[in-house]
Design a protein around this ligand. Structure first.
Ligand code: GAP
Length: 461
């Protein structure tokens, strides 16, 4: 890839491949969609689940200091008052086209006009917009900038007496369960609580496919530490976060660590490093965040609920621990994985597109095919290989559509690392020594190898 328009075209190609091959569909598609929502198709959910299970393996099952949690999306509204989310800290600057009623983010509008607005208040943005005589993209007069809270509000129960919100981050479910986990698991500090789940934000301008949406999934950890150790623990966790991004197959060249300037930190953070990915056509932008949240949340919940949110050390008085928070958006991880894997090359004189996914993330580990689908002996043998591998691995595809060349192209496009073909040699009709061997084709090189059926499971492992 050499220039920006080629990179933008690459992103368009990825989005179109994702729809065509069953990774990602627009939400509510048959009704014209619902902005900021996307549905995962059969292959998308497979990839998404793999990202989640690899993350859980690395950060929860693979460690002794991490505890899992699955808390409710709906929580008492007091949670969001205590955390600060009902206030201005969780609002975006909204501005409206006075003629069309279209709404935008004022900071984005300023940025699109070459004016940096990071960390500015609504009033400060107003001044900049007036001073620079900015108009809406349609050339119309603009409203005043106002703070727009991003939480989706809802009523609980038939009487509508209680207000609640769809959680805008999974983190608060962890904080409100801090005491439950400490009381039941007796963890030793430092320790973390990890959670994967949906989060919702009423984004003013959802955009760029899965990048900024209104309903998404997060994988979050609250890692509790002693205040005096936060910096050394932060450094240790950084090493693990780098390892995670490599495990996703993302190359170091496409990952950048961005130290968020003080005036742009979230309302709860003293230090944040964003892991940014170099998205084609967009450039580096946030993939995941790593914040030092101090004792802001536990302290706020203790004050608001009257329940002590303390850790009792072996010696000394109970205290409120400080917290480090790695937070990952799965949609952005999935996008980065697809962008990194998307490859075009030439094979057999044709341009081919394939997803060079790491084997541990590919939706299918392997596809099994009979060379011809109208030869019962080939189909029978292929079904038997398929059944054995399916029982062993689960994510095995049966593919007998079109000719073998077409099957290879299709499996390449969805990132299947290996294709197995059962042919006449497998039946031993031409050469007895090849009986019960199959062709295994490698996705990346296109090279084929004969492997004995009895060795296939070990070979694929
Ligand atoms: N608990 C901390 C927290 O939620 P955040 O930076 O607001 O921090 C964390 O979000 C991650 O969640 C982001 O790095 C991003 O990957 C993802 N994310 C946030 N808002 C998103 C949105 N509207 N659409 C898709 N992903 C989003």
């Amino acid at each position: 890839m050499t220039n920006n328009s080629e990179k933008a075209e690459t992103m368009d190609n990825i989005v179109s491949l994702a729809k065509r091959r069953g990774f990602v569909f627009p939400g509510s598609d048959i009704y014209g969609g619902l902005k900021g929502t996307w549905d995962l198709g059969p292959l998308g959910v497979a990839l998404n689940n793999r990202i989640k299970s690899e993350w859980w393996k690395m950060f929860v099952d693979g460690r002794e200091d991490m505890y899992g949690l699955d808390s409710s999306i709906l929580m008492n509204e007091k949670v969001w008052e205590a955390s600060g989310h009902t206030g201005a800290g969780f609002a975006d600057p909204l501005i409206e086209d006075m003629k069309t009623g279209e709404r935008f983010r004022a900071d984005h509008l300023l940025k699109d006009n070459g004016i940096e607005a990071e960390g500015l208040s609504a009033a400060e943005m107003d001044v900049l917009i007036t001073d620079n005589a900015l108009k809406s993209p349609a050339g119309n007069q603009l409203s005043k900038v106002k703070d727009f809270n991003l939480m989706f509000e809802t009523q609980v129960g038939a009487e509508g007496k209680y207000k609640s919100y769809l959680r805008p981050e999974t983190a608060q479910g962890i904080f409100v369960n801090f005491k439950n986990v400490v009381d039941t698991m007796s963890p030793k500090l430092p320790f973390g609580i990890a959670q994967i789940g949906k989060a919702f934000r009423n984004e003013i301008a959802p955009r760029e496919w899965l990048f900024r949406v209104r309903e998404f999934e997060q994988m979050e950890i609250e890692y509790f530490v002693q205040e005096e150790n936060w910096e050394s623990e932060y450094e240790k966790m950084l090493v693990d976060l780098r390892a995670w991004h490599r495990h996703l197959g993302l190359s170091d060249d496409n990952i950048r660590e961005y130290e968020v300037p003080e005036n742009d930190l979230a309302h709860y953070s003293k230090r944040t490093i964003d892991f940014e990915y170099n998205f084609p056509g967009k450039g580096f932008d946030e993939l995941a965040g790593f914040a030092y949240r101090t004792d802001h949340d536990l302290k706020s919940h203790e004050e608001a609920s009257g329940v002590k949110m303390r850790y009792t050390p072996v010696e000394g008085a109970p205290f409120i621990p400080h917290v480090l928070e790695p937070s990952f958006g799965i949609g952005r991880a999935l996008t980065a994985v697809l962008c990194e894997a998307y490859t075009e090359d030439e094979m057999g004189g044709d341009v081919r597109t394939y997803l060079k996914l790491p084997n541990h993330l590919a939706p299918y580990r392997v596809a099994v095919s009979p060379l011809l689908k109208n030869k019962p002996q080939l189909v029978e043998k292929a079904r038997s290989v398929f059944t054995t591998l399916k029982a062993e691995f689960g994510n095995v595809a049966w593919d007998d559509n079109g000719n073998v060349g077409k099957r290879y192209r299709r499996q390449d496009e969805i990132g299947t690392p290996y294709c197995i073909v059962i042919d006449f040699e497998t039946l031993g009709e031409e050469d007895e020594s090849l009986k019960d061997t199959v062709t295994v084709r490698d996705r990346d090189t296109g090279k084929q190898q004969r492997v004995a059926i009895a060795e296939l499971t070990a070979y694929l492992k």
